[in-house]
Design a protein around this ligand. Structure first.
Ligand code: UDP
Ligand code: MG
Length: 310
């Protein structure tokens, strides 16, 4: 195994015992065919099945494999950060274990990186027709609102699957935040970028670890990590309501002076009170989201804990 290989593959694995074998069966011949030195950094993110044993077994035949074993599950972003920390290659490609990031694309990406003098080669999903309508709609909504609210522009339909030059990896590693919204951090790093298109196949083996609740929280993390716009929302809404209330106040004053006092409307009063109670709670909640994040960041706890490196 070379010390600083040309290429590092970073592979977070959580309960992937069904998928690892077919992954390695597919990727190793492709990497061997590239005629460059490589390593595969596999992060076992506290799997509860026998993923680790399978990886150890694979290492017997694939000496380029390095296994970083977490003490428990820390989540994909932490696993990927660890992979980037441990990778030593001149370029790094993070991948999913379920063959949804087709290894066939790697030679293309490496070729572009070598010939075109770019630092990042993005793999862009060309059509999402296999996804459900709801998934596509929420993804679209997320990209639109993220790009609208934050100063960054994250490219649509691009996941973590990408080639990054060593200098890009070093920049991403230097971001110290605990809430690691990787798509945003990658975009924050910048650099010269090229794209290759691909069609994302459906998951070959095992189960996706995502559900809509997790995706919602992920989106929330993404937006609050990179934008303070939600904090301003209450200011603008408050301004609008104050202006309207002021105008209505003047109207009531004039009406009372001309027509006298009407029968008071308890129902509308109650609705207004409840409505603005709700608005205030939502605003508090938005502030709370940010305060909670400040709280977590100030603790400076480690992102992940490594049990052993094999
Ligand atoms: N993963 C991980 N830790 C987790 C959840 C997922 O390391 O807590 C890994 C998982 O093993 C896989 C990759 O992250 O290699 C992507 O996960 P998944 O396929 O569930 O996500 P999807 O492709 O559905 O977005
Ligand atoms: Mg997947």
């Amino acid at each position: 195994m070379t010390k600083n290989p040309e290429l590092s593959i970073v592979l977070p694995c959580y309960n992937e015992s069904e998928a690892v074998d077919s992954f390695f069966k597919k990727i190793v011949p492709i990497l061997d065919g590239l005629a460059l030195s490589y390593e595969i950094v596999c992060v076992n993110d506290g799997s509860k099945d026998d993923t680790l044993n399978k990886l150890i077994k694979i290492k017997e035949t694939v000496p380029q494999l390095r296994i970083v074993d977490f003490s428990k599950n820390f989540g994909k972003d932490a696993a990927m950060s660890a992979g980037l920390d441990f990778a030593t290659g001149q370029c790094v490609i993070p991948m999913d274990c379920d063959l949804q990031d087709p290894p066939e694309l790697i030679p293309k990406m490496v070729k572009i990186w070598k010939s075109k003098n770019v630092d990042v080669v993005l793999a862009k999903r060309e059509d999402r027709s296999d996804d459900s309508l709801a998934k596509r709609l929420t993804a679209w909504l997320f990209y639109k609102s993220f790009n609208q609210f934050s100063d960054l522009e994250i490219p649509e339909n691009v996941g973590d699957f990408r080639l990054m030059d060593r200098k890009v990896v070093d920049v991403v590693k230097s971001f110290h935040e605990r809430k690691r919204f990787m798509k945003g951090l990658f975009a924050l790093a910048g650099f010269k970028t090229a794209c290759v298109g691909y069609k994302r196949p459906i998951r070959a083996e095992g189960q996706s670890k995502w559900n809509y609740w997790k995706l919602w929280n992920y989106a929330l993390d993404g937006i609050t990590s990179f934008s303070t716009f939600p904090l301003k929302l209450s200011t603008y809404f408050g301004l609008l309501v104050t202006t309207l209330a002021f105008l209505r106040g003047i109207w009531i004053l004039i009406r009372t002076l001309i027509f006298g006092i009407d029968v008071p409307g308890y129902a509308s009063l109650m609705t207004a009170i409840l409505f603005f109670g709700g608005v205030q709670l939502i605003s508090l909640g938005i502030i709370g989201e940010y305060v909670g994040r400040i709280y977590l960041e100030t603790k400076r706890r480690p992102l992940y804990v490594v049990r052993q490196v094999l």
